[in-house]
Design a protein around this ligand. Structure first.
Ligand SMILES: [Ca+2]
Ligand SMILES: [Ca+2]
Ligand SMILES: [Ca+2]
Ligand SMILES: [Ca+2]
Length: 259
C-alpha cells in the first residue's frame, strides 16, 4: 500500500513538470498602442527574447521560447502598431531581453523581472524608462526624454551605460550584493561624447560595490552613495562635469584620491 502511494505521487510530479515546460510561452500583444509582453504566471521558465520595431511593427524572436504559442525562432510579428508604451515582465526564472536595432518607444519603457537587459543600435525612449529587478544591464546609445529609474537585485549586479542621455533625473539603485556600475567613455570620441543626465543619483546599497564614472555631464545635482560595505568610486581620467554639484558618501576608496 505504501509502495503504491509513492508510485502515485511520482506520476503526479512528472506530469506537473511536463506541464511547466509547456507553460514557458510568452504572450505579447498590442493593446491601445501599448506593447505588453509577459512571461507565464507561476512558472520559472527562462525566457530569452529579442524585440525589434520597424515603423511601429513589433517582431519578437526567441530560440527557446514560444510567443503567443507559436515558434519564435524566425520571429513572430505582433498584430497592431506600437504608438505608446512598452511593458515587459518575464516573471520567474532567469530571463533576458535584447532590444535590437534602432528602436523608438513613443511612450514609456518598463521592464520588470528580466535579469538581463541589453540594447544594440540606438534606443530612444520618448517617455520614462523604468527597469526593475535587473542583474545585468548593458545600454549603448540610449536616450530618455523623461526620467530613468533602474533597480538591481539582491544579488551581484553589473550595469554599464555607454552614451546614455537622460533629459530628466536618472536614479540607479543596486541594492544588496557586490555591484558594479560603469559609465564609460563616450562611444565616439571619449571626450564629451559620453553620458548626460539632467540629475544623477546612484545608491549602491549593502555589499562591496564599485562605481566607475567617466565622460559624464550632469546639469543638475549628482549624489553618489556607496552604502554599507567597502565601496570604490573610480573617476580615473574622468572628464566628468558635475554642473549642479557633486555629493559623495560612503566610499572607502576614491580614485583618483583628490577629486
Ligand atoms: Ca525573471
Ligand atoms: Ca520567466
Ligand atoms: Ca545588487
Ligand atoms: Ca556598498
Amino acid at each position: 500500500m505504501a509502495r503504491h502511494q509513492t508510485h502515485g505521487r511520482r506520476c503526479t510530479f512528472e506530469s506537473l513538470e511536463s506541464r511547466q515546460m509547456l507553460a514557458g510561452d510568452v504572450t505579447a500583444k498590442i493593446v491601445n498602442g501599448d506593447l505588453i509582453i509577459k512571461g507565464h504566471n507561476g512558472d520559472n521558465s527562462d525566457n530569452h527574447i529579442s524585440i525589434a520595431v520597424a515603423a511601429g511593427i513589433v517582431t519578437i524572436t526567441s530560440a527557446d521560447t514560444t510567443v503567443n504559442t507559436a515558434s519564435a525562432t524566425a520571429g513572430v510579428a505582433i498584430a497592431g502598431t506600437l504608438t505608446g508604451n512598452i511593458k515587459v515582465n518575464l516573471k520567474g526564472g532567469t530571463d533576458s531581453v535584447a532590444l535590437t536595432g534602432t528602436i523608438t518607444v513613443p511612450g514609456d519603457l518598463e521592464i520588470n523581472k528580466t535579469e538581463t537587459v541589453t540594447n544594440t543600435g540606438t534606443l530612444t525612449v520618448n517617455g520614462d524608462m523604468d527597469i526593475e529587478d535587473v542583474s545585468t544591464l548593458t545600454l549603448v546609445t540610449t536616450s530618455v526624454s523623461g526620467d530613468m529609474d533602474v533597480e538591481g537585485t539582491r544579488g551581484n549586479d553589473t550595469f554599464s551605460l555607454t552614451g546614455t542621455k537622460v533629459t530628466g533625473e536618472a536614479e540607479i539603485e543596486t541594492g544588496k550584493g557586490n555591484d558594479t556600475v560603469t559609465v564609460p567613455v563616450g562611444v565616439t570620441d571619449g571626450n564629451g561624447g559620453g553620458s548626460t543626465f539632467g540629475a544623477l543619483e546612484v545608491e549602491l546599497g549593502e555589499g562591496d560595490d564599485t562605481l566607475k564614472i567617466h565622460d559624464a555631464t550632469v546639469s543638475g545635482k549628482t549624489k553618489l552613495d556607496g552604502g554599507r560595505g567597502t565601496d570604490t568610486l573610480d573617476q580615473t581620467g574622468d572628464d566628468n562635469v558635475f554642473t549642479g554639484g557633486l555629493t559623495t558618501k560612503h566610499f572607502e576608496t576614491t580614485i583618483p584620491t583628490t577629486v
